[in-house]
Design a protein around this ligand. Structure first.
Ligand code: PSU
Ligand code: MN
Length: 303
């Protein structure tokens, strides 16, 4: 079989113990080196602390891997030229024998194929601003419309068109719930300024929705659990508004398009906020990973 699931992850799945999938694009292309490797380790440790098994996902030498060892994690963080792979890139990457970090779409697909139901990430991809000109909508949304997986995220980054992204999720039939809130979080900010239709307050309630999805059947779409960064750890909204505006202008001026847009904007924000965007980013991801582990535990326990 082409999919390589680590022994630890395989055993946990077989024994119905909690497992949390983690994506690798955030490590390879979403965070500055060498902090990215520390973060990758820290996130795995946080999953373990909550009693779940981490399954970081990437493609190494043409092999999609679910669950990385220390050396494999280092390759994802440090290897020059490691590619960014969406789900459409998986087959070409396997055939070519290359290595790449997986985005939300590729990670969700590989996790689901391996039998992992809960996935933690930072922010989802979504509809980019100026979509009417570029048609740039992340493949994450379409994949989540047809994959039965629970994604814990901090919303989408405001580098995207947030209301358009929420609308697309509605059109595609992907369920979105705020965790402990009726508002859709704005990744660096606790509140994007937009509402969500459903609110869940405990890991057991999230697991209840997952069970209802299975009981109902129908199209195998995802459940998005939008978990806000705590207000005292969010980016100062005024700094956020100013730097975001500059970043978008720099991106247009430099003619960056396609897969390059998200990494360009994230890097710009880190460099121009004195690291404050990085702190908010890490706080959001940590919170998501911990919550995902608790959801995986509630799901495994049949709560
Ligand atoms: N949003 C973030 N950080 C990230 C990403 C999104 O705040 O690192 C990554 C995720 O892997 C997501 C991908 O799946 O970017 C979306 O990229 P694109 O817009 O090219 O689909
Ligand atoms: Mn994009």
């Amino acid at each position: 079989m082409v999919l390589m699931v680590s022994e630890e992850v395989r055993e946990a799945i077989a024994a119905r113990r909690p497992v949390v999938a983690l994506e690798s694009t955030i490590i390879a292309h979403g965070l500055p080196r060498p902090r990215n490797l520390q973060v990758a380790r820290e996130l795995e440790a946080a999953v373990r602390q909550e009693g779940a098994v981490p399954a970081t996902i990437a493609v190494l030498d043409g092999r999609p891997r679910v669950g990385l060892d220390e050396e494999q994690l280092e390759r994802v963080a440090d290897e020059d030229g490691i590619r960014k792979l969406g789900h459409r890139d998986l087959a070409p990457a396997v055939a070519a024998g290359v290595s790449g970090a997986t985005t939300v779409s590729a990670t969700a697909l590989l996790a689901a194929l391996a039998g992992v139901r809960v996935f933690a990430t930072g922010g989802l991809g979504g509809v980019h601003r100026e979509w009417t000109v570029t048609q740039d909508e992340s493949a994450d949304l379409g994949l989540l419309a047809r994959t039965r997986i629970t994604v814990v995220c901090a919303g989408v980054k405001s580098i995207l068109d947030v209301p358009a992204t929420l609308q697309r999720l509605e059109t595609l039939g992907v369920a979105v719930a705020g965790y402990g809130t009726d508002r859709f979080p704005g990744f660096y900010l606790s509140d994007s300024g937009h509402a969500v239709d459903w609110r869940l307050d405990t890991p057991g309630q999230v697991a209840g929705v997952m069970r209802a999805q299975d009981a109902l059947g129908g199209p195998g779409s995802a459940l998005i659990v939008a978990n806000p960064v705590p207000e005292d750890e969010q980016l100062d909204p005024a700094v956020h508004a100013r730097v975001l505006d500059e970043a978008l202008r720099a991106c247009a001026a430099e003619g960056v398009t396609g897969q390059g847009v998200t990494p360009f904007l994230l890097d710009y924000l880190v460099r121009h906020t004195d690291g404050a965007s990085l702190s908010a980013n890490l706080a959001a991801v940590r919170g998501n990973v911990r919550l995902a582990a608790r959801v995986a535990a509630a799901w495994a326990a049949g709560e």
